[in-house]
Design a protein around this ligand. Sequence first.
Ligand SMILES: Cc1cc2nc3c(=O)[nH]c(=O)nc-3n(C[C@H](O)[C@H](O)[C@H](O)COP(=O)(O)OP(=O)(O)OC[C@H]3O[C@@H](n4cnc5c(N)ncnc54)[C@H](O)[C@@H]3O)c2cc1C
Length: 390
Amino acid sequence: MTDHGPQPVERQLPTEESRDLISLVRDLTQREIAPTAAEEEDAGHFPRGVFGLLSASGLLALPYAEEFGGGDQPYEVYLQVLEELAAARLTVGLGVSVHTLACHALAGYGTKEQRQTYLPAMLGGGLLGAYCLSEPAAGSDAAALRTRATRVGDTWTIEGTKAWTTHGGIADFYTVLARTGGEGPHGITAFLVPGDAPGLTAAPPERKMGMKGSPTAQLHFDGVEVADARRLGDEGQGFAIALSALDSGRLGIAACAVGVAQAALDQALSFTQERRQFGHPVADFQGLRFMLADMATQIEAGRALYLAAARLRDTGRPFAKQAAMAKLFCSDTAMRVTTDAVQLMGGYGYTADFPAERYMREAKALQIVEGTNQIQRMVVARHLAGPESH
Ligand SMILES: Cc1cc2nc3c(=O)[nH]c(=O)nc-3n(C[C@H](O)[C@H](O)[C@H](O)COP(=O)(O)OP(=O)(O)OC[C@H]3O[C@@H](n4cnc5c(N)ncnc54)[C@H](O)[C@@H]3O)c2cc1C
């Protein structure tokens, strides 16, 4: 390899084991994910086989305790794995992030018995998870959700509709937030619902701008019965659990965003070094060189920001503000960098013959999922200035 052009990302990794892990992931993405990514995204094909492989390799369990089949890896390592996966194909990186989010409630708030019963299969048994918070009329205002769970004896019956569920219709388990009490955030409880529960059906997947291989669907709960043994945490604790899952999940989105941005920069760099106009590679022109420099700088800053937040989390310190900042900054960076990558490639960048336009469509989703970037700004501002007075 020459000294110029795309180079593998220089990663700060804490252990020999984590360096080996990143090598394994790079090998896997090059062999199993990147070669078919464009074609499969075009076809709207979800790579279930890849998720089987990830599960068997322990890559769906990285940040969880070894005792329950997890990989015991710090977040700073898990997130860099996600970044590598997302750079190869966002459907895979985001899918792993959502699966991890779906395991969070049980791993963090389940009883020991629940963890022993369910977690090993969720983490390494080939199962795929999904997380159901949003509803058609409750998006940013998630605490207004209306799906209701009613208890009779030891059984809860769930009625309602969830919206925008990543892996909706194909997941093996759903972490579902439902209303068990009065209005507002304190009337919500979390449940672990099996994918094949009678009365649970999925609508056809949404027709999205990007990530077409990742199914996003409405789910209808029509008298779905769930044993009380599948309630996660206390009654009324569900919204706090959901928000704690999202603090960690936002770091996953930030890492995915950096992966997509890095892939776009690598593509733009290769292209502009090859493409000649006016007798020179277009990468010789200062206007383009400065764009490349800005893209690389923003990507490094994003990576440093999500890693700083991850290290706070890894050392047991509060990280919610930094997680919101990282999600906001990294996804805005991904949008800017991918848009610039298309521009750097001229007409070619605008065609589906190169992945730059796909990266641009994918980056847009990251500014919306797990709390839009307006909501991230609200979270950061609340940490700075306290709650709004209105
Ligand atoms: C690809 C994809 C995958 C998703 N996966 C999941 C999933 O797996 N599970 C899940 O539960 N959800 C999922 N979502 C849903 C996602 O979290 C919501 O789309 C998001 O929270 C926004 O909700 P909304 O779409 O209803 O927009 P709305 O809340 O209706 O927002 C509309 C606009 O108003 C702005 N806005 C709203 N309130 C405020 C405010 N107070 N101040 C300033 N601006 C405001 C928003 O930023 C936005 O620009 C997914 C969404 C997408 C697109």
